[in-house]
Write a protein that binds this ligand. Structure first.
Ligand SMILES: [Zn+2]
Ligand SMILES: [Zn+2]
Length: 261
């Protein structure tokens, strides 16, 4: 049995066919999924997925790439974090990949938004779902400054270096691998996956993005997460069952879904 620790089933293209997606998940032995929130405006739809389906849970947060959306206060996040199906704060983090002509100094609003999420996660005692791209130094620095260790969490869709993986593990965080791990050119990332101890690994699809090989370029769904597990098992020279079992147990240890009604 597999778990998809990060998907966006409220996005157009997936939201209209959740029943088919769920049937495909069942056929692929994907038992559970965490539906990730990226704006406050979207929260109701994401939360609806988790309340309607007993093997879906959700997060609350505003993605660093989202501009022109409602800026969350700590109270906005906490008010939603207390709902029984909400098991994480995020996705949050920093993304300096597309600066659109701005400098890193101009991105203070992203850093402030991340700080708000960390404070909410600590107050709510929920783990953080961290998105970091071209910004790992600042991400790690702010996580440390704000005491994110107390909340814990995961670096989702990990594409960073070995050094960043080590820093994430030192903070007590999990590292989540996506379909990128199956890409032929992801040699450095594959080395990172060999390095991260199995008891700190999660797997995800980040659906609808990043479908694993042999579906690269197609719309991703949680039913494809076993391909990530298979690749992780191959890299670690472990049986697939061991990776399925461990990543599912890690998901439970981090998000404590079975204690939520
Ligand atoms: Zn992300
Ligand atoms: Zn995401």
């Amino acid at each position: 049995m597999f778990v998809d620790s990060h998907c966006h089933l409220s996005f157009p293209g997936l939201a209209e066919r959740v029943d088919t997606i769920r049937a495909d998940m069942a056929a692929a032995q994907v038992e559970r999924a965490l539906c990730i929130c990226t704006t406050l405006e979207e929260f109701e739809a994401v939360h609806g997925l988790a309340t309607r389906h007993d093997n879906f849970w959700c997060s609350v947060g505003v993605h660093p790439d989202n501009e022109g959306v409602r800026e969350p206060t700590e109270a906005d996040l906490l008010e939603r974090a207390v709902l029984p199906r909400v098991v994480a704060i995020g996705e949050t983090g920093l993304d300096y990949y597309r600066l659109n002509g701005r400098s890193v100094a101009d991105m203070e609003w992203q850093r402030e938004r991340l700080r708000i999420h960390i404070r909410a996660a600590r107050a709510a005692r929920l783990p953080l779902v961290i998105h970091t791209r071209s910004a790992s130094d600042d991400t790690l620095r702010i996580l440390k400054e704000e005491g994110a260790e107390a909340a814990g969490g995961v670096f989702h869709c990990f594409t960073e270096t070995m050094e960043v993986a080590r820093a994430a593990l030192d903070l007590g965080f999990y590292v989540s691998f996506s379909g990128i791990l199956t890409f032929k050119n992801a040699v450095d990332l594959q080395a990172v996956a060999r390095f991260v101890p199995l008891e700190r690994c999660l797997i995800e699809t980040d659906s609808p993005y990043l479908a694993p090989v042999p579906y690269r370029g197609k719309t991703n769904t949680p039913a494809l997460v076993p391909y990530v597990a298979r690749q992780l098992a191959a890299l670690k020279e472990l049986p697939l069952e061991a990776v399925a079992e461990a990543t599912s147990a890690n998901f439970e240890a981090l998000f404590r879904t079975s204690s939520k009604t």
